[in-house]
Write a protein that binds this ligand. Structure first.
Ligand SMILES: [Zn+2]
Length: 436
């Protein structure tokens, strides 16, 4: 095993814990490790901070010096909600007049089904993630064969491969049985990529399925996620049993009395899932609408919210539901991370990468959010939402392993956000050949 030690010297480093430091350096150690017959580059940060301090580190003496003038070093970013297998679909426009239910039908028809095509799409998405400085993802595996999780492992990325489950009305019990059987076969040998569970959404999984999934997640120590409070149609369905999603379920032959009885609670989407939230800390994608009681309930349950700003704009949720409540959620103590959702909703001119840095830029430009706060949302908050230790996405602290180190072609984080720049992964999460 060969260990390489490198001293990366840049104009600055930006870190969720250290903040921004000018004339900075990061001392890293990389080695090749083999897990489950696959080889990966493992990256340890030995020291990070002002160049004059890091240069004095005893282990810096024999390190290879890499000078990066005009650049900023960052910890690898986290994309806490995405659908990597949909990368093969590519960016598509959204037609508001046709509605969300019609968009869901398009995704169901266009998604890859063949195992080889799924692997290819996920591996390609991992490459696009690295091109955007992302090394950890919360991926919603749209397939039960294990292909998306295998591809994630093979790529050298970190994250969670969430097994997605649907089941309403009469189909709910069978979904619970199937999920229980699948989860019984999960193993956690590969700690960089964990299995997780995702009941799809309150309009596609019944409350019994949510509760059973939360019990399984709590018993097995697995991350659990869902799509929540995404559209007005979802709130309308749960409140009154009416609207476009009720019509969509009817068109799938799923809407009947037993389905209506379990779904129509007259409550908000967050309140509708309160029993499941009491059992396990959910990672909730979107939460585009959320009152103060709901925010307090999410904070009390230790739930995280993954805000996907570009997806929010793509669907025009602001016109329908108002601004996203991410600042109110954070103020009320909810952990808020950033996600890209799938490449389908990424603007075509940004589709050469799949990066939460583009989400940070949108919030920086539109809302003038503080750059370091945005970096927290795209790093430590994301790791926390995916149940990883936050140390894997900060350069701060005693020597420790990280998901990766990224580099931005700008002398400061703020300048990178102001210009059309994207960080790329410098070390970590590199794909390697399968060992024979
Ligand atoms: Zn999603």
């Amino acid at each position: 095993m060969s260990i390489r030690r490198q001293l990366l010297r840049a104009d600055s480093l930006a870190d969720p814990v250290l903040g921004e430091i000018g004339r900075a350096a990061v001392l890293i150690e990389t080695d090749e490790t083999v897990v489950d017959n696959l080889s990966f580059e493992r990256v340890r940060v030995l020291a990070a901070g002002e160049r004059t301090d890091v240069d004095q580190h005893p282990l810096a003496e024999n390190a290879e010096y890499i000078n990066l003038p005009g650049r900023t070093l960052l910890p690898a970013l986290v994309n806490a909600h995405t659908h990597l297998d949909l990368t093969s679909v590519g960016p598509r426009p959204y037609e508001p007049e046709e509605g969300f239910a019609s968009w869901i039908s398009m995704v169901r028809e266009s998604r890859p089904r063949d195992p080889g095509a799924i692997q290819d799409a996920v591996l390609r998405a991992c490459g696009l993630s690295r091109a955007g400085g992302v090394a950890m993802v919360g991926d919603i595996a749209g397939d039960w064969t294990g292909e998306p999780g295998d591809a994630l492992r093979r790529s050298g990325m970190w994250g969670v491969s969430f097994l997605e489950v649907f089941g309403l009305g009469e189909r709910e019990a069978a979904s619970i049985d199937r999920l229980t059987e699948m989860v019984g076969g999960f193993c956690r040998r590969h700690e960089r990529v964990k299995p997780g569970i995702q009941p799809h959404a309150p309009y596609s999984a019944g409350p019994g399925l949510f509760a059973a999934a939360a019990d399984l997640a709590a018993a097995k120590g697995l991350p659990i996620a869902t799509h929540l409070a995404e559209t007005r149609a979802e709130s309308e369905l749960l409140a009154s049993g009416k609207g476009p999603l009720a019509e969509m379920l009817a068109s799938f032959g799923l809407w009947n009395d037993s389905c209506a009885e379990s779904l129509v609670s007259g409550r908000s989407p967050v309140d509708h899932l309160s029993a499941a939230f009491a059992k396990a800390p959910f990672c909730c994608a979107h939460v585009n609408t959320c009152g103060s009681n709901d925010r307090r309930a999410l904070a009390g349950a230790g739930a995280s919210v993954v805000y996907c700003p570009r997806a929010h704009e793509y669907f025009g949720h602001e016109h329908d539901l108002g601004p996203h409540p991410y600042r109110e959620l954070m103020r009320d103590g909810v952990n808020v991370a950033l996600g890209t959702d799938s490449i389908i909703n990424v603007p075509p001119d940004q589709a050469d990468r799949l990066s939460t840095f583009d989400e940070m830029r949108l919030l920086f430009r539109r809302d003038r959010q503080d750059p370091t706060d945005l970096l927290r949302m795209a790093t430590v908050n994301g790791a926390c939402a995916l149940r990883f230790d936050e140390s894997c996405v900060t350069l701060a602290g005693d020597p420790h392993e990280v998901a990766g180190v990224a580099v931005l072609d700008a002398p400061s984080l703020r300048e990178g956000l102001e210009r059309d720049l994207v960080p790329r992964l410098l070390a970590g999460a590199r794909p390697s050949e399968r060992k024979q």
